[in-house]
Ligand binder design. Structure first.
Ligand code: 5AD
Ligand code: SF4
Length: 419
């Protein structure tokens, strides 16, 4: 039985797709990359912006055509859009066999597999032996930023059991994992009983065989001094830190219900930079939030120039049903949003290249995470992607920490050679 899984959206979706994929493989399914070869197609969807939903709709349109040729094809739609627009999907696309919202991922797998065969419960443990693995440590969000649909599609914040997370880390390490990426809509507000995020990081770092720990995504308001200290003191923790700023105008931040001012944000960045010298800070920005004037936008642009993020993920504001800002007038014109996005991206890309260029000639310790064709894909401890043209014995390098010399820069990545 061949399956194909297409993932739209964030790392949490990527993580869920990986879990589903592993379980299917363990139950005798075979992954294909060409939809024509699939007996099962799983579309893992996202609702964060309307463009993500449009993408899924257009995918479903293409699958409809595919199903005319291959009537036996089973189509499953999962993820946030299945949660939010399940009925509409079922009505509009009769070809879809099953729509499963944001339930526990095991339930999703159960529904998929049991529509073909009995699940072999002996085989339901995840067993991938990748160098890098994601672990979800919490879901949902209680912050209710006024633009954000997450609390409505993923529910309230819920942190997973601390011991289960530690056991899963140990299990992954036994299977060859070297780097663990902790995931959550708000990882740094993790709280299970008395265990907070810093304590969780400390415990994971104690596990023998865990070589690197990374995490995303953070809320500035929960980034406390303990967390800064542990990143600075614990060498296993990677120093690429994603901290969404969204805007640098206090008036807009307030309207977004972000619970910090620009000066709070800058202070956090300063504290991080003085505690962690080689930190790589990335951010998210929304342009064209309701009532954003060109002055507000200027503040955000200035902040990008001052802070010098190594990468900015910028988005045009997209009104989402149920959210508080949905009732605000979406008064920044599409053209203006497009223009602001272009300006931010142009500036931030220039800065990214400047930052990466400074690394040319330096020696970096990288973890080799994957091999793609004749290239080794690795990352530095501060999270920069490094590509190394390989030698004959490339597989000997997989999962190893190596010293490499940085030769050149490509957009968002470095090219290096082994020394
Ligand atoms: N419109 C545009 N961008 C959004 N984001 C979240 N909701 C919206 C929206 N309605 C962006 C934020 C968030 C990132 C994951 O997506 O920047 O940090
Ligand atoms: Fe959405 Fe805000 Fe929660 Fe992030 S913190 S998931 S932007 S509501």
């Amino acid at each position: 039985m061949n399956y194909m899984i297409k993932t739209i959206g964030c790392q949490i979706n990527v993580c869920n797709s990986e879990i589903i994929s592993d379980m299917l493989v363990n139950n005798g399914f075979f992954e294909v990359k060409n939809p024509e070869e699939a007996n099962i197609f799983i579309l893992n969807t996202c609702s964060i912006r309307s463009s993500a939903e449009q993408k899924a709709f257009s995918y479903l349109g293409r699958l409809e055509i595919l199903k005319m040729k291959n009537k036996k094809l089973k189509i499953f739609v999962i993820g946030c859009m299945a949660e939010r627009l399940g009925n509409i999907i079922k009505q509009r696309f009769k070809t879809v066999n099953l729509v499963i919202g944001n339930k526990d991922v095991k339930y999703v797998i159960f529904k998929i597999v049991s529509s073909f065969q009995h699940i072999d419960t002996k085989n339901t443990l995840v067993s991938n032996n990748k160098i890098v693995n994601y672990i979800k440590i919490m879901t949902g969000c209680n912050n209710y930023c006024t633009y954000c649909i997450v609390p409505f599609v993923c529910g309230n914040e819920h942190s997973f059991n601390f011991n289960t997370i530690l056991n899963r880390c140990s299990m992954l390490v036994r299977r060859g994992t070297k780097k663990i990426i902790l995931l959550g809509q708000n990882v740094n507000s993790y709280k299970y009983g008395n265990v907070d995020f810093t304590m969780l990081l400390k415990q994971i770092a104690r596990i023998n065989g865990v070589e690197r720990i990374s995490f995303m995504t953070n809320h500035p308001k929960d980034f406390n001094i303990d967390l800064i200290n542990i990143i600075s003191n614990e060498p296993k923790i990677c120093t690429n830190i994603h901290i969404p700023m969204q805007s640098a105008s206090d008036r807009i931040l307030k309207k977004m219900n972000r619970k910090y001012t620009y000066s709070n944000y800058i202070k956090l960045i300063d504290n991080l930079r003085s505690a962690i010298p080689n930190i790589n800070i990335t951010t998210d920005i929304i342009v064209g939030f309701p009532t954003e004037t060109s002055m507000d936008f200027k503040k955000t642009l200035n902040a990008v120039q001052t802070i010098k993020f190594s990468k900015v993920y910028a988005f045009k504001y997209s009104p989402r049903p149920n959210t508080l800002s949905y009732n605000m007038i979406d008064d920044v014109t599409p053209l203006e949003k497009k223009e602001r996005l272009k300006v931010i991206l142009k500036e931030s890309n220039k800065i990214s290249v400047e930052i990466l260029s400074k690394m040319i000639g330096s020696v970096q310790e990288v973890l080799t995470e994957d091999i793609i064709g004749d290239t080794i894909k690795a990352t530095t401890r501060c999270g920069y992607k490094v590509f190394i043209k390989t030698l004959d014995n490339k597989y000997n390098y997989l999962g190893k920490q190596l010293n490499v010399k940085i030769k050149t820069v490509k957009i968002n990545s470095l090219i290096a050679e082994i020394i």
